[in-house]
Write a protein that binds this ligand. Sequence first.
Ligand code: XUL
Ligand code: CO
Length: 440
Amino acid sequence: MTTGFFGDITSIPFEGPSSTNPLAFKHYDPNEMVAGKRMEDHLRFAICYWHSFCWPGDDPFGGQTFDRPWFPDRMSDPMAAAKLKADVAFEMFSALGAPYFCFHDADVRPEGANFAENTKNLNEIVDYFEGKMADTGIKLLWGTANLFSNRRYMSGAGSNPDPDVFAFAAATVKTCLDATMRLGGENYVLWGGREGYETLLNTNMGSEMDQLGRFFNLVVEYKHKIGFKGTILIEPKPQEPTKHQYDYDVATVYGFLKRYGLEDEVRVNIEQGHAILAGHSFEHELATANALGIFGSIDMNRNDYQSGWDTDQFPNNVPEMAIAYYHIMQAGGFTTGGTNFDSKLRRQSISPDDLLIGHIGGMDCCARGVKAALAMVEDKALSSIVDERYSGWKKPEADKMLTGGFSLGEIAEWVEKADINPQPKSGRQELLENIVNRYV
Ligand code: XUL
Ligand code: CO
C-alpha cells in the first residue's frame, strides 16, 4: 500500500539513451559495471529531505506554491504529518533506487516546546525510520542538525554571543549524532548556517572562532566516546544566510581545523553551489580538499550563474560534472561519502512527478559525468600529461630542494656549477581541453 502521492509510479526503470520516457533513466543504470565497480557504488546517490519534502516553495516575494498533503495547511496533527512525509519520502527514494538519504532533525520531526520535546519527537521518528530502512534497504548517508532556522539561532549556534544558545545547539547535535549512529549513518555533517556575522560592528570575531573551534571539538570528542565510526564533515559556504561565514571555503575550513587541532578528524562535504558562491569552481574546491587530504563527500546541485545566489538547482551541466567527478575519481572515489542531491525544484514545478523528474535528470547527468571521468582516469588521458609536466621533480637535486637536503646557498652553488638554465615548456591547456571534450 502506497500513499498514492506519486500516483501509480513505484519505480523508475532504466531504458537507455534512446528512451523518450520522462520517467525513465537514460544513462544511470545502477548495475552497469564501469572500471570494475557498479555505477551505484561509484556514485553513492543520496536524496535530501529538506528541499523535496519540507520547502514550501516560498521566495522573498511570495509564499507556499507546493501543495503537499503533510503540510500544516492540510494536516493538523504534526506527528501524523511527519510520518506521512516519511512514507512519501521513502516511496520516492525507493522509486528512484537511491541507496541513501540525508536529513536535518527539523526536517523530519515536529518542533517541540523545548529541548526535551524535540528529542522525544526526533526519537519517535527515528524509530519510524528504522522500520522503513529495514523494509526498503535504504541507508543513511548522513544526518545533521538544523542550527539555523529557529529564531534562537538568529545570531549563530556555536558562534552565538549567548552561551545558552551554544549549549542548546551542542545538546541538539548530541541528539542528532545519537540518531545518526542508531540509523547506521556513514557521516555526520556540520553546516554552519549562521556561524558567521552580519556586521563586524557587533561581533567579537576572536571569541566566535574560539567558541566554534570548541564546538567542533566537543562533537569529535563525543563521536569517539559513543564509538561512532562515520566521518564528521564540515560543509563550507562563504555567505548566505550571513554576510560572512567562518566556513568560507575548503582552504578556510582547513586553516580553521588546523588551528583547533582537528585536521585529522574532520573532512569536508563540498557543494557545487557553495563553491561558485565562494568565487571558485567546484573542481577547485575538490582539488583543494584532495591536496589537503580532507575530501569527504559532495552536495550535488548547480547555481544560476547570473543571480549570484545559492539557487540549489538540479545539476545539468555534464562537462562541468565530468571534471568534478574526475577530481573525485582520480583521488580514489568516495569512501564514506557520496553524491547527495542538495537540489530543489523551481517553485513553479508544482506537480508531484516534477520531484521524480528533477532527480532523474540529475542522476542521469551524474552518470554521464562519472563515466567520462572514469574513462579519463583509466586512460590517463590528463594525468600522463600532468605527470610528465612535473617529472623534473624526480631528479635527485630537485628532491633535495624539497626535502631540506639543500640550503638556499647550496642551491645557488648548484645552479652556478651545473649552469642550470631553465627552458620554458608549453602548458598545453588547449590540448588538455580538447582531450576532455573527447570524453564528454
Ligand atoms: C545550505 C546547505 C545545507 C546543508 C546541510 O546551503 O547546503 O542544506 O547541506 O545543512
Ligand atoms: Co548542502
